[in-house]
Every structure is written in structure tokens, then in C-alpha cells.
Design a protein around this ligand. Sequence first.
Ligand code: ADP
Ligand code: ZN
Ligand code: MG
Length: 485
Amino acid sequence: MSIYEKYEAVIGLEVHAQLSTNTKIFCGCSNKFGSQPNSNVCPVCLGMPGVLPVLNKQVVEYAIRMGLATNCSITTKSIFARKNYFYPDLPKGYQISQYEEPICQYGYADIELGNGSSKRIGVTRIHMEEDAGKSIHDAGNETLVDVNRCGTPLLEIVSEPDMRSAEEASKYLISIWQTVKYLGICDGNMEEGSLRCDANVSVRLKGETKLGTKAELKNMNSFRNVERAIEYEIKRQIDLIEEGGAVIQQTLLWNADKNIAAPMRSKEEAHDYRYFPDPDLVPVIVNKEWIASVEKHLPELPVIRRKRFIEAFKLPPYDAEVLTQEKELADYFESSLNGLSKKNEENYKFVSNWVMTDVLRVVNDEKLSITDFPVSPAHLSGMVNAIADGTISGKIAKDVFAEMLKTKEHPQTIIERKGLVQISDTGTIEKEIDSILSKFPNEISRYRGGEAKLMGFFVGETMKVMKGKGNPKVINELLVKKLKS
Ligand code: ADP
Ligand code: ZN
Ligand code: MG
């Protein structure tokens, strides 16, 4: 048994989601990303003396949405608290957050593991808070401060230490990412920092029930980096313990270029936040009616939609997972199904194949959003209908699809304009087959002598002279009949 197998990892994640509200959490400043530095500011978000914060109702609504989506109970009277610390990008000298009475608590998210089973990850709490500004350190010898981000609304989603591997942590993070995007409360962009994840990692001997000392990893800006940082840290801690050392509680910054996590300077870590209830803000009261109305308007969430795709459309779990990754993609797929003709209406898997291969390939290669995809769901199903009713072959469909991408035309228009209608007329096909067969007497006798795979050759030759337009099923049937000695 390798030393690594003696241990088990314990991981808990703290995820920050920047909410996509129009305005900031306690003032009317714009919450737009990428504005001119220090332009979206006012006395409230700069913390001038004598000003008063006013809570943005939309933030509470978004928090309730997330709480319900992660099966939390919603706190009817929650409190804002001041978290005090000094930093140049925090002009007020404190961050308004929630401490003792967060808006959501005691929830969970289910993740699906590879073997078809699922695992429940506890969501300890979700609280509302404001973001700090941004210090920009890479401007030569100077540090620049952009305070536009001060007062940007955040949800902090804290998990229980329930994950046991980097893979589980990554699956949980993906599920949070999908959920905020389905709910329309955060754009989920990890590179731009709209979704940030701190990972708490400890290890212990298998069978041990006490938690080990944890280290906190920060600064991972992609799913991949979160996974790599956690793997790195698990190994580091086990190696350390095996060498007789002990893990110390500290914050480590992930360096994606070097593939290592390095400790933050310890000074930056000495925290005593002196939390206390913010005297400028009244408690947030959420009544049952409000919760009920938010619940009524929740979209179908990814886990549920995945199940429905499997059951209603008999899709393999893999297809369901790929298709529900993004709400817009799942919508695209379902709209395409709506356009299927009556006798073709159960061709779910066929449509799924087209979306997963041809559509997604272009979306990924061209970095398109599915909502801007040149082939509309109606056009995609029009093309699938044309294949199903024998108007075009699957092979010609690839050409039609390529043309739809270029011209955005209806498939029928393209099929007519380019004369792509499949030829199924037996008389026409028979004539072509006869002339082909007359050219290959040797192949015919080899075929009759038992080389069955030559059938593919005859089909291919017939297709070639028919410029791909022959109906492959009819060609096959006729060839079988004619080649039977
Ligand atoms: P802190 O007081 O350092 O913020 P918390 O108890 O609030 O720690 O937990 C922060 C996060 O760390 C949570 O997601 C929690 O699940 C996780 N966590 C706590 N203890 C451990 C541990 N020993 N190992 C791994 N993760 C942990
Ligand atoms: Zn402001
Ligand atoms: Mg904590």
C-alpha cells in the first residue's frame, strides 16, 4: 500500500459569487464590470462619514433563490455585521457582511459520481456581503487601487467539509457554478473573478474521525486550477506528515505557472475581524410570502432537468449531462425537439447527437454562445426531419449543416437551391449500379467467393457516381439483390 492510500483528504469550499444586479448592494452605483477605474463610486461605497447604506432588495431576492436551489432554510430575520480590517482597497476600514445570522443555512447539493451513484455535500451557510476594491500590483513599482468593485454584491456559499478528493470538490464547484447560472444571479466567469473559490484542505489517516489541521488555498481561477491546487496540497500535507512534520494552519496562494501553492506572508493573515452588528442597517426580514413567490419562479434546476432528459427523452446519462451543462444549451436542445415532425418526433437521441457533436464543435471552436448560434433550433430540426423522411442522406446533411452555418437559411431552401434531394428512385439507382458492376467483374467474383466486405466498395462506387445523393438504403438493397449469384 502506498503512503498516500493510508490517508483520506477532507475538503470544504468557500465560493464567492458576484451577483449580476444592475446596482451595488448598498448604493445606486452601477455594478458593471470593466468600467473606467474609479468611475462607479459615490460617498456610500467610498465610506464617507455621515452617509447611510440602503440594502438593494434584488440582492436578498438572489440570495433566497440560491438558498432554495441548495435546499437551505431561509432565515426570516437575518443581520448584517461589520468585518473590520485594514487594507488599501477597503476605504471604509470594514466590510459589510453577515456573521451570526446569515440569510441561508443548513442546505445541501447533490453531486453525481462516475459510478452512477450520487453524494450529498452539505451547504453550511450562504451569506450576503459587499466586495472590496481591487489593488493592482503589476504596475511597476507602484500599486494602483480601483475602488469600482467596492460594494459589489456577493454571495458567499460555504460548504461542510464533506468532500474527499479534488474530483469531488471540482464536481461540487461545477454544480454551484451551474446553479448560479441557471438562476441568472451570477455570470459564473471564473477568469474575470465573478465566481471565486477558496479551498480548505486537510488530511487524516483513514478511519480517523477527528479533522486534521487545514490549509486554505486561494487564487485559482478555473475549475482545472482548483483541482490541481487541491491535488498538490493533499500530496504536500501527506509528505509533510510522513516526514514527521505537522501541517500548520495557513493560507496558500496557487501559482498556476509554477504549479505550486506558496504561503501568503504571515502578516497578511493575522485576522481579528471584531465582527459586530452594523448599526446603520436594520435586520433583513423575509416573510413566507416572499419565499413562496421566489420559489414559484425558480427555473428547473440542472439536476432535475438532467433526470427529466434521461426519463422523458431516454437519453444516456452522458448526453443528459452534456446537454444540461448550460441552461441555454438545454433550451436549444429542447426547442429543437419541438420542431420534429410527427413521424420523427421521438428522434431525441438523433437530435442529441447532432447537438453534442456538430453544434458543440462549432460553438467551442468559434467560442460562440449557443444563443448566437447561426443555426436556429427550428432549422436544426428541419434538417433532422429532412433526413428522417429520406429527402437527404445523413452524409448530405453535413453539407446542408455547413451551409446553414454560413447563410442562416432554412435547410429546405438550401436543399432546393443546391439540388441536394436524395435520389431514392429504384429505376435511376439500378441504372447506375448496372454500369458500375459492368466495370468490376473481378470484384464481383471475389464478392461471390466470400469477400463480403467488398459490399462497402460497391456502395462507395455507386455513391461516388451519384455525387452522394443516392439513398444508401436503396443502394444497399439493390446491390444485395444483384450480387446474389
Ligand atoms: P474558518 O474559521 O477558518 O473560516 P470555518 O470553520 O468557518 O473555518 O470553515 C471554513 C471552510 O473550511 C468551510 O468550508 C469548512 O467546511 C472548511 N473546513 C473547516 N475545517 C476543515 C478541515 N479540518 N479540513 C478541511 N476543511 C475544513
Ligand atoms: Zn456607490
Ligand atoms: Mg469561517
